[in-house]
Design a protein. Sequence first.
Length: 169
Amino acid sequence: MKKLLTEWRKFLKESSIFDKKLIYRGMTIDTGNAALASQIRKLARGQKATISEKEAGDIIISSLKSGNVGESWTTNIDVASNFADVWDAKNRGPKLHVIFTAAVPKDFGYDPQSAEEEPDMFSDESEVRIPKGEEIEITSASVFIADKKPSKNWTKFKKVAHKPGIVRA
């Protein structure tokens, strides 16, 4: 038992899980097809859908304009939900309000306030700027499902795809 525990501790120490931070990117995506977007929302709600999680991830990733996800990410999921424009969510039509999550090395990207690229008034965004063209592996994509219950907006995002792919900033 002691040997197993020692091996497990060694594995955890050697794995890069402790060298990661979660970053989020909120955005509105136009799938170009209301029926596809509806199936993705059904999947997010846990209802029977005609598409798989893999297909939902593929649709979301392929709907990115020019295949780029953007350079401005955040370590604050509340901020990401604001950038997903959730107040415009209708739960119908071809648009999806999405939060992408990525697990990246702790030193990945940089703070634009520290680099004096933006004024301090944006410091509440907890921004992580990623150089244009940098590859990012998305660990999950979640879709906003509007409802009438009062709660934090980020809690209304439901995961639809695990590891949907690699994109560029």
